[in-house]
Design a protein around this ligand. Sequence first.
Ligand code: UDP
Length: 238
Amino acid sequence: MGIGFDNLTKAEFIQRAEDMLCKHDRGYCVTPNAEIVYEAIQDESFRELLNGASLVLPDGAGVILGAKILGTPMKEKVAGIEFGEAICKLLSQRSGRLYLLGSKPGIAEMAGEKLAQKYPGLMICGTADGYFKDEAEVVEKINAAKPDVIFVCLGAPKQERFIKNHFDELDATLMLGLGGSLDGYAGTVQRAPKWMIDLSLEWLYRLIKDPKRLGRMMRLPKFVIICYKEKLRRKKNG
Ligand code: UDP
């Protein structure tokens, strides 16, 4: 439906990221879930931003279901928050430098402390909250910290637009759009229990914890409906 996901396992995504880091092959990664894909289907410029990424990870059970409905099943779901941790592990093995951008004031610092504790060798070279006015100032601050990787956690599509608009100026090898991951690393927002993740019910947990998400989450059933419509259309057209 116009979004070019990479059909890789989590281990394969990590390998690709490692290759990029080793070769200083610059790029950005995006982690759209079904809600974000639904947005992108209606918005061509956002779709282009997603498709311009070096790695497009299927973040969420909804994307996996959509791909299955369309007869193009994917290997596995790869949550952005888990991919981010895998990158921290990679960086910790090579004394790599990570910059954390996004979320409310104080959260990126807290996430940085927790990640540095969990992954000895990982260097958190800087942090900034995601509620800034002057983008050029933020870019300057990031470059002064000399990161290898930047986690850009401003929510979609803001984070993808930030990365694309400043890609040439930002002096880092990898840029990852990771949505609300900093809240997760900081521990201010809990992930669903494993059994709910395994049953593809993470969306339900998020909804119970934050009922304000209901409006946004209505995109999920709408997404499934348009996948079935597309399947029917393809069947009719042979
Ligand atoms: N955020 C931000 N700046 C903004 C808007 C949002 O830093 O101008 C942060 C927000 O605090 C939260 C994250 O972006 O930490 C968005 O989280 P969400 O779970 O909504 O991400 P998504 O589902 O879009 O990936």
